[in-house]
Design a protein around this ligand. Sequence first.
Ligand code: FAD
Ligand code: NAI
Length: 475
Amino acid sequence: MTKEFDVIVIGGGPGGYIAAIRAAQLGKSVACIDEWKNDKGGPALGGTCTNVGCIPSKALLQSSEHYDHALNHFAEHGITTSNVKMDVSQMTARKDNVVKQNNDGVLYLFKKNKVSFFHGRGSFVKSVEGKYEIAVAGSEAQTLLGHHIIIATGSSARSMPGAPFDEETILSNDGALKIKAVPAKLGLIGAGVIGLEMGSVWRRLGSEVTILEGLPTFLGAADEQIAKEAHKIFVKQGLKIELGVKVGEITKSKKGVSVSYTTSSGQTEIAIFDKLIISIGRVPNTLGLNTESVGLKLDERGAVVVDQDCKTHLPNVWAIGDVVRGPMLAHKAEEEGVAVAERIAGQHGHVNFNTIPWVIYTSPEIAWVGQTEQQLKASGRAYKAGTFPFLANGRARAMGDTTGMVKFLADAVTDEILGVHIIGPVASELIAESVVAMEFKASAEDIARICHAHPSLSEATKEAALAIDKRTLNF
Ligand code: FAD
Ligand code: NAI
């Protein structure tokens, strides 16, 4: 018998599972279909983020940072260590355990919220009197009927022509998180978020890391001043970053993989790596959804076409997260999931695309919200800028981590905060204050007048707000 649901969510990543939970909280009968399998063939809910993205990458970043501290920073605290070693298999086992805890967490949340979970691939069959028939191909094949469909099928790594991922030598994010031993020479194509995070992990563990970036500028999406500072720091740490290169042939050999490329000055080079990670962006997952059966519109990248509210052109069919336009971030997918569930329930869900924070979990971390200085210049908006270095922050000195700064950008007339950019310790956590401030349309003066605990890194945020008016107190 066909089971019928108010809402069927296809995809159980951060977009899909959060949408399913919110819809269930609002009294809807909800099914979520997800095909991800763990090593034993069982379900592994949480999507890219949990299995091969946010969570495992942060676990490896944490382990490799501990190792780096033990090797390079303990001595200054008077801690003597000898024979410090990294057991990569233990690091990986810990990472796998963290992933499993998160997979199990989502399953538990589905039970708690009475979301019906189907393990398998979901695809459209046809529309029937305003409802949609969805096939589930899995161990127990079946057909479901849904009044509303939320597509949350996420994205996959983009490969280079002629160099398919084998996940042994030529790696996507998946293989990059499963490297079994420290490669002597690691190559990465793309100096974006994955390139910098994964490059940092293996650099800390002893690899010689080279990142080949196609664009002439480094981290073009970040504020230029912050990106320049980051470039300087990463190069000093030992990452070899080649900008403006054109990657040519990639060939596998017994020794590893060779990459021919033309440098920005026009020279042809051949680099030989033990492993090569390709991190040049991601493509939306729409293959296998049988979108043609219902005439769902896709754009030229294969993304589902939606409006601001995540509505497709088909009645009651919605799409969220990496499979639609906008930044490919877990928290953006989650917010869209909540908003769509609330719209289905007749509420007014809303996502403010201007206040979605970005974080790069390198050391130092880079985080920002709102507009960059170059965007403000290009738009002609009159603004004031203020920066405060962690070098002048007491907590940062006590922690022994004084790299970087906080930068505020505010409207020249109204003082409204337009952007906040941080490079420094725990920038990922510090940025939250500025996100809240921007959501409430706060002025720089508002932050400057709020009492911040001493000694804390957050005082650097207050001081950067004071710097807008050239009245820092500690610098
Ligand atoms: P996904 O997480 O991709 O989930 C989609 C799910 O749908 C998957 O489980 C997939 O198997 C399933 N699926 C697909 N098609 C079907 C089908 N037809 N039937 C059934 N199931 C299907 N973002 C951050 O915000 N912070 C980070 O620190 C961060 N780190 C990252 C690190 C890496 C290495 C990578 C690759 C990404 C990272 N991201 C990070 C991005 C983040 O993972 C994505 O933005 C997020 O996972 C998107 O969520 P989603 O729900 O749209 O899709
Ligand atoms: P990215 O878009 O961040 O970076 C890709 C980089 O590759 C760009 O700098 C681009 O110019 C470069 N590039 C593209 N084609 C190239 C080519 N042919 N040769 C050389 N360079 C080329 O994509 P990435 O790193 O693959 O990550 C994918 C997405 O996953 C990110 O955009 C982000 O949304 C998400 N992510 C988020 C993280 C976070 O929030 N901390 C961490 C990791 C990933």
